[in-house]
Write a protein that binds this ligand. Structure first.
Ligand code: NAD
Length: 496
């Protein structure tokens, strides 16, 4: 096997990765789409196509769901839990062994930096490792029905699960859905985003190499309309885990209603980072920088609003602006501080937010325009951007931009900060920087968010349940709650 630097050097030289999967993954093998249709995938750092992939449709979805249903009914749900665990543990090991190829594919496909992609691969391996250890710890309960009865619950796998995956964390999002579903005894049909198809296919192949039975994990690549919509509408899908935008999530919810299909919705966010005057300044500065500029801000849980106490705002924001201006931008494989925006369409969307903000008189403290890789003059990039204090009803405060754009909101005190933090329709994540133990935990209780990070934004890991409230969605992934989400409770009561 080529070593890490060879793989990266060759990908830099050739602009692609050898041996990328080029079919749909159905019933344990790569196959072309029934229609023969193909699409191109673009390298956002160069703004040019670097590979092509199969574009599936309703016929392919039917075949994938049939294969998943057969694998569920004939093999996987009855595979001993410890046996399922061994396969997932082997998958974790194989992900680590193939980390360099996975990271290069992810970086080329999404535009993220190699370091970020390596972090995602490590997280995916950790996810399989975590759920591998949980397969044989899914327990029911005994029910206290009295002396004349025996009552107990069974935690049964829900069946065939559909996973709709976005482009910002293609491998991590696939892993956090597939690992618990397979651990619970469910089978899978995954539909990656059309701009980032490859690592989900590579993951399916790895699972097969790890010993997963044919049909237990299928991947149909293609567009949302042609492959995603028929998948979520399929009568034999028992649960949909959707990660993506609010608008698409709402249409998925409507579609799932037709067959009363179980649903987890992981949608967008407009997450606040509250910085109070008694914070550890350095921790808060680096936390706020990472919260918005990691993955060029294309993170559902990005800290895209800085809610800061007035008494420290000027100096703190000035230092953020200086640090943002120093960030290097470039092709993901060159591993700069910040990579590309995933597509031309998304770059136009981010740019539109800043253009409209200018017309409203917003003070753009740094950045604010699209740019290119300084080495090549190519690619889809956006400058790290910070916008000065905006009113609570401003578009930059209310709407998810999903790019490297931080909007400042000035608060008079902790209570005001809480009100500003809760003042959007979203409720995914909130960050707090303060040395006040009581203040931090009082705020944590009152913040309308699925998860709260205190004194370290993005703290936690696979062990911590993750999901939204309000328009950020419902249901939880990660943690044991994520596993139990793929189980349905059956209670059994017997007269003795
Ligand atoms: P999107 O909604 O456009 O697409 C997401 C996925 O849905 C893609 O695979 C797409 O092909 C598919 N899709 C599109 N139309 C569909 C349909 N009618 N039926 C079924 N599937 C369909 O979102 P995006 O632009 O790819 O991703 C960005 C969004 O995802 C942001 O809003 C971001 O906040 C959100 N997101 C949320 C989380 C989370 O955990 N809460 C994580 C990552 C991204």
């Amino acid at each position: 096997m080529a070593n890490a630097s060879d793989i990266v050097a060759r990908a830099r030289r050739t602009g692609t990765l050898d041996g990328l999967p080029d079919g749909l993954f159905l019933d344990g093998a790569f196959r072309p789409a029934v229609s023969g249709a193909r699409m191109e995938s673009f390298d956002p750092g160069r703004a040019s196509a670097f590979a092509s992939f199969a574009s599936g449709g309703a016929d392919d979805v039917d075949a994938a769901v049939e294969s998943a249903k057969k694998a569920f009914e004939t093999v996987w749900r009855d595979t001993a839990p410890a046996g399922r665990g061994r396969i997932l543990a082997r998958a974790a090991q194989l992900i680590r062994e193939q980390a360099d190829r996975l990271a290069v594919a992810e970086s080329l496909d999404s535009g993220k930096t190699l370091s970020e992609a390596r972090g995602d691969v490590g997280g995916a391996a950790r996810c399989f490792e975590y759920y591998a250890g949980a397969c044989d710890k899914i327990e029911g309960r005994s029910l206290p029905l009295g002396a004349d009865y025996l009552g107990y619950t069974l935690a049964e796998p829900v069946g065939v699960t559909a996973h709709i995956i976005p482009w910002n964390y293609p491998l991590s999002t696939a892993a956090r859905g597939l690992a618990p579903a397979l651990a619970a005894g469910c089978t899978v049909v995954a539909k990656p985003a059309e701009t980032t198809p490859f690592t989900a296919l590579m993951l399916a192949e790895i699972l097969s190499q790890a010993g997963l039975p044919d049909g237990a994990c299928n991947v149909v690549t293609g567009t949302g309309a042609q492959a995603g919509a028929p998948l979520v509408a399929h009568a034999d899908i028992n649960q949909v885990t959707f990660t993506g935008s609010v608008a698409t999530g709402q249409s998925v919810m409507r579609s799932a209603a037709d067959h009363v299909t179980r649903l987890v919705l992981e949608l967008g966010g407009k997450s606040p980072v509250i910085v109070l005057s008694d914070c550890d300044r350095e921790a808060a500065l680096s936390g706020v920088m990472g919260a918005i500029f990691e993955n060029a801000g294309q993170i559902c849980s990005a800290g895209s609003r800085l809610v800061i106490e007035r008494s420290i705002a000027d100096g703190f924001v000035a230092e953020l602006v200086a640090r943002a201006a120093r960030l290097t931008i470039g092709h993901g494989l060159d591993d700069p501080d910040m990579g590309a925006i995933n597509s031309a369409g998304h770059l136009a969307k981010v740019t539109g937010f800043l253009d409209r903000a200018r017309t409203r008189g917003a003070e753009i403290l740094t950045g604010g325009t699209p740019t290119v890789d300084p080495e090549t003059g190519k690619g889809w990039f956006f400058e790290p951007t910070i916008v000065g204090d905006r009113p609570a009803d401003d578009e930059l405060v209310q709407e998810e931009i999903f790019g490297p754009v931080l909007t400042v909101q000035i608060a008079e005190d902790a209570d005001h900060a809480l009100a500003l933090a809760n003042g959007t329709r979203y409720g995914l994540v909130a960050g707090i920087y303060t040395s006040g133990f009581g203040t931090a935990h009082r705020l944590a209780r009152r913040l309308e968010a699925g998860q709260v990070f205190i004194n370290e934004y993005f703290a936690g890991g696979i062990e911590a349940p993750f999901g939204g409230t309000k328009f950020s969605g419902f249901g939880r992934e990660k943690g044991l709650e994520g596993l139990l989400g793929y189980c349905r409770t059956k209670s059994v009561a017997a007269r003795l």
